[in-house]
Design a protein around this ligand. Structure first.
Ligand SMILES: [Cu+2]
Length: 198
């Protein structure tokens, strides 16, 4: 029974991954974007929904010249929905022009095929599927202090932990499902992959 449901999850994940585009939701309210930080894949769309207040999404070239592509809509008190599809890798910053202090966001667009891992073979995570804990071995092969980041199926970061000697990570408060993770250092991505929580 357990094996069957795990296999089903694996198959449905690959079906999901194969048909590529995901639409990620960001709520706009007074005075925040939620989630404010999102990591997505090339080709994914982000849909911002204004729940109330005079706000917009401003990722304009004049305010954010480092954005690979400008994006955004006009200020409005309507309950608007704005959608943008990100087709170029990179880090995109944006704000609300009426409330640029508190209302800021970042979309990080990654190409899953182009992110290479520099220590994939030296590091191992087990067990996977995870029940309550995952053990990470091989981190002593890295000369820098690694950070573990875990993302849900929508690309939202839900856990981030500096692995300062810690090798056994608690997943007992995670709901069942599919997650992706990255172990990063100052050098880049040491290892990345998928995790299943039972
Ligand atoms: Cu605003």
């Amino acid at each position: 029974m357990k094996i069957t449901s795990t296999l089903l999850m694996i198959f449905s994940f690959f079906a999901f991954a194969a048909n590529a585009q995901t639409t990620h939701q960001v709520e706009v309210s007074s005075f925040m974007f939620s989630p404010a930080e999102l990591q997505i894949e090339v080709g994914d769309a982000v849909q911002w929904t204004n729940l109330g207040g005079n706000h917009n999404v401003n990722g304009s070239a004049s305010d954010f010249p480092n954005n690979p592509v400008p994006f955004g809509n006009e200020l409005s008190t309507d309950n608007w929905v704005y959608e943008f599809t990100f087709t170029e890798e990179g880090v995109y910053n944006y704000n609300c022009v009426a409330h640029p202090g508190p209302m800021q966001g970042t979309i990080t667009v990654v190409d899953p095929l182009s992110v290479s891992e520099y220590a994939a073979d030296e590091i191992s995570l087990f067990p996977n599927p995870i029940r309550d804990f995952v053990q990470i071995d091989g981190l002593e092969n890295l000369s820098e202090i690694p950070t573990l980041s875990v993302f849900d199926a929508q690309g939202k970061m839900i856990k981030q932990k500096v692995l300062n000697g810690e090798r056994r990570i608690d997943f007992s408060n995670f709901s069942s499902g599919m997650y992706t993770y990255q172990i990063t250092t100052n050098r880049g991505v040491a290892k990345k992959g998928k995790l299943i929580v039972e």
